[in-house]
Every structure is written in C-alpha cells, then in structure tokens.
Design a protein around this ligand. Structure first.
Ligand code: GLC
Length: 602
C-alpha cells in the first residue's frame, strides 16, 4: 500500500488515518510530548519520537541570537525528526505574545491591554499577520497566542496579557487568530483547524478557561462562578477562536470552583471538544502536570493519568521527558489510559500538522529574514501604540487643554524611570521571560522620540532623577514625566497594592510642584492615582506597555495623530474597591470608568 500520508493531494483525514495506522505506541506517545529546547538533543528527538519542541520564555540558542540563528537551531531539531522511521516533523512553539518577542531585533508590539484600548480588531489581525511572518523567519511554526483571558482584577500578574475586563472586547480581539493563521474560507468546517500557508503560524488560544477570573486575581488560582457565568464571561472568546479555525488551545493552570482545569473532563472534553466541536489539540501549560499534586510533582503518575484522560492531547513537559514517557507508557499498557484516548489525541496532533503544511515544508524559509524588524512592521507597531494611548486628563482647566503639545515648545524637561528605558516600555515576555531594564533590543524610547519630533530650537533636558538642583536657574516651560511598572510575568506580577513603583508618584508630584507637567504612565494595568497627584499634573496619558515603537507616543502627544484609546479596564479609586468592573456588580464609583478616554483633534 503506498503511503497515503505522504501524498499532499490526499484528503487530510485520509492522511491522518493512514499515518495513525502505521504508528507504534511509542511513536504515538512521543507525538503527545513537547520538550524544552535546552533538553532537546537530536538523539532525544529521534529515539523518543518527540512531537514538539518549545522555547520557554526567553530560551534562546545564545545571547542576542538573531532570527537566522534561531532558524539554524530549529532546522537542526527538525532534521533529527525527519530521520525517524515515519519522518513526522516537529512543530516548534514560542510565546510570540507581542511580536516574536524572544528574538533580538524583532518588532515588539504593545501588550494586549494596550491593544484592547484601541478597540480595533482589524489592527490586531494585521499585527497577527506580521507576528506570524517574524515567527516563521526564525523557523518556529507555532505561537502560544492569543491570550484571550478576560481579566476581572488588575491585581492579577497577567492582567496586561488580557485585552480587557469586557468579554465583548476580548471576543473582537480574537481576530489575532485570523492574523496568525490566515482567515478560513467561507464554508470552512466548524471547529476544524485552519492554516493558510508558510507565512502563517499555528495559534494557541489560552488559557482555557477562566484564567482571568480567579479570586483576588491570584495567578493560577481558583475561579468561583456558576457554569452560566463561566460560559458567558470567560468561555465566549473561545467560540470566536474556534470559528476562526484555531489549531490549538492551551489549558489553564487555574481551577473552576475548586477543580483544576488540567484534569477537568467536563470542560476539556464534554464542552470544548464535544459540545463546541473543537477538532484541533489541547496542550497543557508549562509543568502544569507537575503542579497538579503538591508537593511539586509528588504524584506525577496520577497527574499524567488524570490530565490525559480529561482531554489533554499534548503535554508541555518540558524537562523530565524520560520520566514522563516511562510513566505514560506504563499507564497505557496497564489500560488506565485507554488506547482510544491516545488515538484521539494523536489524530488531533497529526491533523494540525497536516493542516499546517509542515510535512511538505518542514524547514525554515530564509527568504523571510529580510522582513524581521523592517520599517513597515515598525510602522504598524507605531500605529498600534498611537491608537492604544488613553488620555485621562488634558489641562487643569478643560478650556485650556495642554495636549497636543507644541513642537516649538522652548524648554522641556524629560524625566522619570520610564522616559528612556526600552525594557520598561516592552514589559515582560521580551527577550527574556520576565523582561529587563535598558536597551534590551532595537527600538525607540520616549526620550528618543521626543528628540526627533520637536523643532530644532526646542531645548530638551533629560534627568533620570530630578532634584531641586535640576530646577535652579531653569525656566522649563513643560515637564514630561514618564513613570510606571518594571517588567514582570505570571505570579511575579501578582500585586495586592498596585502603587506606582520606583516612587513614581512622588517623583511626578515633585516635578509637578515646579513645572506644568504631562504624566505618562507606562503600566500593564490600572494603578493607584492619588487625588493630590491628579490635581497637580496638567495632563495624564496611559501608554500601557507600548513595546519598541516610542514614536507612537509622541505622534499623539505632539498632535500628529489624535488620541483614540479608551480604557479597557475600569480604573479603580482604591484597591479596597477591587474587584470592580464594567459589569456593574460593584456599585463603588471608579476613578475613571471603563471606556473612558479624552480625544484631541490634529
Ligand atoms: C507559561 C505560561 C504560558 C506559556 C507557557 C510556555 O507558564 O502560562 O502562557 O505559553 O508557559 O512558555
């Protein structure tokens, strides 16, 4: 019998069925295994029939590796996979959550909370298209995005990865799936994975389900809701992702009413696969099985049993793959994990791989390297930045607005921790997992942008830490103060206090006491704004986490583009009021309501 699975003209389901019928048990459970690049040797891939490799946040071939270096690494893994008996290619996954953000020199877009402020689904789709190009240029074919969490509490360390507290906005922004994967044609079968071609990537809607609704915003915590509320608030965006042919969905570390999502057969299989008809594959989160039974990994066998039987199809192990495969094999041979469950999972994985075209084109396309970080991509990011900024105050007297600023302004003081810090502008998930301070990649800081946009006779004074000396004998006409949050990720960002870090509030007040001040807040979420500070400043702009293209900020503050953004999250008065959101469950009046945003004209 000829190999139907190798025939690119054969129907996909025939190719899946043919290949599945040829696979041994070891080859099947190997396909269900995703390991981290740091343990992914060619022999491991060949001998264990590994189905997928990933980079954990920031895990790169070497420091400052560029896209071509990544492509060399990933092609190396792929060549090993192609040498296996059946030659099933791997898929390589990365957290491309705001551009291909692990890689030096790529275009870094605003994090999702800023994109939610734009309300612009087509912009987000275009960002997905560009992100896919820059991911494919690095040789990866799989992006762990979009995060479609509905963040109901800014104390959550992943608030900035969510587009909004409002389900309808998150639903709109699932357009990223069509950007990343391409848009399925009319009549595309419901729930069936789709991928247009070699300039697109496999997407992963995450984290299913209710990750943004945990009590007190505790990351990986517990979401307590009725099924109807869970479905209405947190599950709705997944229907939009499935209707766009999303190839994979990542399970959430969190729990629902006390039961962990990774072992939730009702939600993963009965709802997501059977009721909603999702035909791609469900991937676990990083070491999620290890975290199921504490102390850490104490009952790993039980974790594998309960998560795979609940409906997890691919396990992001990512390191202890020998132990994983040993326990997994034993569970299948004992019948505790039925063969039918293995076949269902492998069928789904093979389906996504055939749909992705990776059997026909397993290696990287080096012709894409030219577009990485190119002007057109950075202009798109700049557009996104300018559309994301939210103007909360414009002049002590509304009749005398401060913005847009005059490019001929004589003497401007630029100050604050975030005025000249690209790493702070980008936030977490940038170059490294948890981000960093300083010139971490190629881009334009707020200060860089101001220097370019003002007229020649304008005098710019930059001072990181202003003191009384800064002002003696100086008659600044204006101060631009940029402060905010340093980079953080996941539980490292959980914050019950939400004060502006680095004494940002005090610095801004100190300057505003001396010079008319525009305050720019670089933050992944609403933070405490004291009434006194709000009184002192002339204007307040929230820039969220804008990424590398600082010109998008000066475009709006200096009037080349209008302010457009509107709050994607309710801005609370006090953390004691939390959780407070647009659904009105909490009657406390916010400092600025969801949807608020002043506009300017150019
Ligand atoms: C992380 C995150 C998930 C990410 C994965 C791989 O812990 O929860 O969003 O895609 O691990 O880095």
């Amino acid at each position: 019998m000829d190999c139907i699975y190798k025939d690119s003209n054969a129907p996909i389901e025939a190719r899946v069925k043919d290949l599945l019928s040829r696979m041994t048990l070891l080859e099947k459970i190997g396909q269900m295994t995703q390991i981290e690049r740091s343990v992914a040797t060619p022999s491991a891939i060949k001998e264990r029939f590994i189905g997928s490799v990933l980079s954990g946040g920031g895990s790169k071939p070497f420091e400052n590796a560029k896209s071509a270096d990544w492509a060399d690494m990933i092609d190396g893994f792929q060549k090993a996979a192609l040498e296996t008996r059946l030659g099933i290619p791997i898929i390589y996954g990365v957290d491309a959550v705001h551009g291909n953000n692990n890689v030096y020199g790529t275009t870094i877009f605003p994090h999702n909370i800023g994109l939610g402020a734009t309300r612009d689904a087509d912009l987000v789709r275009r960002i997905g298209e560009v992100t896919a190009l820059e991911v494919r240029a690095s040789g990866a074919q799989y992006a762990f995005a979009p995060c479609v969490a509905v963040s109901r509490d800014p104390r959550w360390g992943r608030c900035y990865e969510s587009y909004s507290e409002d389900t309808e906005i998150v639903r709109k922004m699932t357009s990223l799936v069509s950007g990343l994967q391409g848009e399925p044609p009319r009549g595309h079968p419901k729930g069936y994975p789709f991928l247009a071609g070699r300039k697109n990537v496999i997407a992963s809607a995450k984290h299913f389900v209710g990750d943004g609704g945990t009590q007190h915003g505790v990351n990986e915590g517990n979401t307590i809701l009725s099924y109807d509320e869970l479905e209405r608030i947190h599950m709705a965006p997944y229907l939009d992702c499935i209707s766009q042919g999303v190839c994979t969905i990542m399970a959430s570390y969190s729990g629902w009413n006390g039961d962990k999502l990774h072992t939730h057969h009702f939600l993963l299989t009965e709802v997501l696969k059977n009721k909603l008809g999702f035909m791609g594959f469900i991937i676990s989160d990083w070491e999620a099985l290890d975290r199921l039974y504490t102390p850490h990994g104490s009952n790993y066998r039980q974790s594998i049993l309960s998560s795979v039987n609940a409906g997890i199809d691919m396990v992001m192990v990512p390191f202890r793959y020998e132990l994983f495969l040993e326990e997994f094999l034993s569970l299948v041979e004992s019948g505790e994990i039925p063969m039918a469950r293995i076949d269902d999972a492998v069928e789904r994985i093979l389906r996504v791989k055939f749909v992705s075209g990776i059997f026909e084109h397993p290696l990287s396309d080096r012709s894409l390297l030219d577009v990485v970080g190119c002007k057109a991509h950075r202009e798109l990011a700049r557009e996104a930045v300018s559309k994301s900024l939210v103007l909360l105050k414009n002049g002590k007297d509304e009749k005398i607005p401060l913005l847009p600023l005059d490019k001929k302004t004589k003497r401007i003081l630029v100050t604050g921790t975030h005025a000249d810090n690209l790493g702070y502008q980008c936030g977490g998930w940038t170059i490294t997992w948890d981000g960093a301070s300083g010139r971490i990649t190629e881009g334009t800081t707020i200060l860089d942008a101001i220097k370019v946009v003002v007229d020649n006779e304008a005098e710019i004074t930059y001072e990181l830490n202003p003191t009384a000396e800064t002002f003696s004998g100086q008659d600044f006409s204006l101060a631009i103060v940029a402060v905010g949050e340093g980079p953080y990720v996941e539980s490292g960002g959980d914050d019950p206090v939400l004060k502006i870090p680095f004494n940002g509030s005090e610095l801004a007040g100190f300057v505003a006491d001396r010079v008319p001040t525009l305050l720019i807040l670089v933050t992944g979420r609403p933070l405490v704004l004291e009434a006194q500070l709000l009184e002192k400043i002339e204007a307040l702009v929230v820039a969220w986490l804008p990424g590398t293209e600082g010109r998008g900020i000066t475009d709006v503050i200096f009037g080349d583009r209008p302010f457009h953004g509107r709050l994607p999250m309710t801005w609370f008065r006090s953390v004691d009021d939390l959780p407070i959101h647009s659904s009105g469950e909490n009657s406390l009046d916010p400092l600025f309501p969801f949807g608020f945003g002043l506009t300017t004209t150019c």
